[in-house]
Each structure stands twice: as C-alpha cells, then as structure tokens.
Design a protein. Structure first.
Length: 400
C-alpha cells in the first residue's frame, strides 16, 4: 500500500498499542514512518533469526517493513541495565534508569524528524519532549498519546510512594510535552478527565477506547469444576496485587477456587508471596497467544487497580468470553458500563474484592451470564474498530 511520505510519524520507545495506531494510519495511506524500540513483524519471515521464544512474542501488523524502523539498541540497553542494577541490589534506581533510556530514544527520534511539511507527529507519554520541540520548529502538528492518567492524578491515587532522584525531571518533561502537544489522546474517558482536572483544556483532550482481537485457534481446553480467577499484568501495588494475594491467603485447598498469575514484576517479593499461597499458581511472563490461552482457560479476570488508564487485559479477556472484576479507577470500567452484565465494577479495596469473589463462588453473581455478555461486548471492542476510530480522529485533527 502506498503511503504519504508527508503523512504522520508514530514514535514509541517500547510498543504498547503504538503498532495498532500506526497500522490504523497505514491502512489509510497516511503513515510516513513507524519507529518503535520493540520490533513488530508483518510475516513469519521477519526476524527469522530470532529464537522462537522471542519471535513468538512479537506483535503482528500489516505495516510494510519499508515504513518501519526498530532501533532495538534502546531496549537492549534498558533490559540489560535493569538486570545489572537488580543484581547489584539497586532496585530503587531502576525506574529512573528506564526513563533515561526513554529520553535518549526521544532525543534520537527528534533527529529523524524531517523538515518538510508533515501532517503530524505522534509521541507517547514521556517520549515527546525533544521531538515535539523539533516538530514545532517546522509547524508540524503534535499529538501526545497518553497510555496512563495525568501524572499528578496518579500521585494522588497512589499516595505516599518512594521517590527517586530522576522523578522531578520526568514530571518536568511530561508537563512540557502536554504544553507542546496540540492534542492529547487518552485510552478512556476516565483518563481524559484526569488531564482536564489538571488544567488541560477540554477541547484538546480526546478519549479513544482500545480493543483486542482473538488469535486463531484459541479456545477453552480446561475441564474442571474449580473456579479459576486470573490476574494478568505486571505485579505491582498500582494494580492491587497486594490486595489480591491477601484475599487468596484466606482460601484453602478444599475451597473450590484458584488463582493464576500471568505476568512479570520488578519486585521479587510478589513472586515469593504468590508461590507461598495455596491455590495460587505463578506462571510468569508469556507471549500474547499464550496469554489468550490462559485467559480462555479461566473463569474471571481480576483487575482491581488503584488506577489504570484503560486495562488492555479486560478487552483481551472479553475476546475469549471471560468477564472481569475491575475497579472504579480503571478506564476499562467503561466497557462494563456499556455492556452492564459483562463484569463487575468495585472500589479498589480488600473488602469489596473479597465480597465480589465470594458472590461468584456462591452463585449470587451469575458467571455464565457474564461470560456470554463479555463475548458480546468483545464484538465492539476489537482492534479493527479501534483502528477505524483512531485513524478518523487523527486525520481530522491533523487536517485542521
């Protein structure tokens, strides 16, 4: 497909949903370049030299390789640096180090912005400071895609947290990015409100819900009477892993319930605690298709986050017909609000999570009805529908 060389640049130091956004523009012939630290593939022949364990984790896209650039050196520096610092027992400085790598990527991509008249450049949060400044010199429309909520709202919701020495610089850059951006795209109305509440003009903020699409061949294979809950994501307090584990500590082997945890963590204590609890199985990080299989073999997803701008895994769970228990501080609650029987919205508290799980176990909450509603909701929250919504928005904004 022929794309406009004066179209839109999409930049991300990692990946998140950037490949879907770039794909959306590519399908409209408006993608000038997609640059991401984590590579994607358009066919099985891409990155054929990579071990299968790694290549299976690469996201798939239709974007032509000529319009993609993946400087993986930044990811190599980030991941090797994290391992090195962890071995030295320097966990407290890891977050600052990771953000320094993001900022280096931002400086690198700012050097690649052409001087010609482009439609727009899209940077993801904490990756647009240098790039937006460069783009503004050439009157290029700047769009900030914000996968998280406003950092000041995040600080309030998390309460007292350990601070690292680089945090002030991170927040300074985030604030400058918001000021430089002509538009801010968020993952939900919940996230959009946090930007508006912190002084960003309402007419500058645009929520677009994300989606998920089920890979071929995924279906339920587990046959068991035991009700399986699943937590999928990074094990951290922000996602209330402490509350989840506290609830499951109270169950015994005789109880008709189990919890699977799929995902990584930067704090080994959560893995150790999970492995010490009966009826809890820690799986660790897996590829995308394997994640869908674990979801398909579960009965209910748990995402009682203290905050989540969206909660991608909720859309992924719905794609296999699995309902979710989510907190009122997640963007994904909007999916359940649109399809009321597809899950349950609670406060991010031990008491409410425990009550919800017990309501499922007792049959007070109808799990089978919720599964059917979740599958119906998934037809609306697909990646194809997201690409249609976000491409229409971006092309409308950049043509003004």
């Amino acid at each position: 497909m022929k794309n406009d060389k004066n179209g839109v640049y999409v930049l991300h130091p990692g990946i998140q949903h950037s490949y879907q956004l770039a794909w959306a523009l590519y399908s409209k012939g408006s993608l000038a370049k997609y640059i991401s630290g984590v590579p994607v593939r358009s066919s099985k022949s891409d990155f054929f030299l990579l071990p299968k364990k790694l290549s299976s984790k690469l996201k798939k896209t239709d974007i032509a390789s000529s319009l993609r650039h993946h400087p993986i050196v930044f990811q190599l520096i980030q991941r090797s640096g994290q391992l090195f610092l962890r071995k030295l027992g320097k966990e407290s400085v890891i977050e600052g180090f990771v953000h320094r790598v993001f900022h280096a990527f931002d400086f690198y991509t700012s050097l690649l912005i052409p001087k010609r008249n482009m439609k727009a450049v899209i940077c993801f949060e904490n990756n647009g400071y240098h790039t937006f400044k460069k783009a503004k010199q050439h009157n290029i429309f700047c769009i900030l895609d914000a996968p998280s909520i406003h950092y000041q709202s995040a600080d309030k919701l998390l309460g007292s947290q350990p601070k690292h020495s680089y945090l002030a610089e991170i927040n300074r850059r985030k604030l400058e990015e918001i000021k430089l951006a002509d538009a801010v795209i968020t993952c939900s109305t919940f996230a959009a409100k946090t930007y508006i509440d912190n002084g960003v003009p309402k007419e500058k903020v645009f929520p677009v819900l994300l989606g998920a699409t089920l890979p071929e061949g995924v279906c339920r294979t587990r046959q068991s009477d035991k009700i399986r809950f699943i937590f999928a994501g990074s094990m951290m307090e922000r996602k209330s892993i402490d509350i989840i584990l506290k609830v499951f500590k109270e169950f015994t082997k005789e109880d008709n319930v189990e919890l699977y945890i799929v995902g990584g963590t930067t704090d080994q204590k959560w893995v150790d605690e999970a492995n010490s609890i009966q009826n809890v199985t820690y799986v660790g990080s897996v590829g995308q298709e394997a994640l869908y299989q674990y979801l398909a073999d579960s009965d209910c997803l748990l995402l009682p986050s203290r905050f989540d701008a969206f909660g991608m895994v909720v859309a992924e769970a719905m794609a296999v017909g699995i309902p979710a228990i989510v907190s009122s501080n997640t963007g994904a609650k909007e999916m359940i609000e649109m399809f009321p029987n597809s899950g349950w919205v609670i406060d991010a508290s031990y008491i409410e999570l425990k009550q919800s799980i017990q309501s499922i176990l007792s049959g007070y909450y109808d799990l089978e009805t919720a599964k059917k509603a979740a599958l119906e909701a998934s037809k609306y929250f697909t990646w194809e529908n997201y690409r249609a919504r976000v491409s229409e928005l971006i092309l409308s904004l950049s043509s003004k």
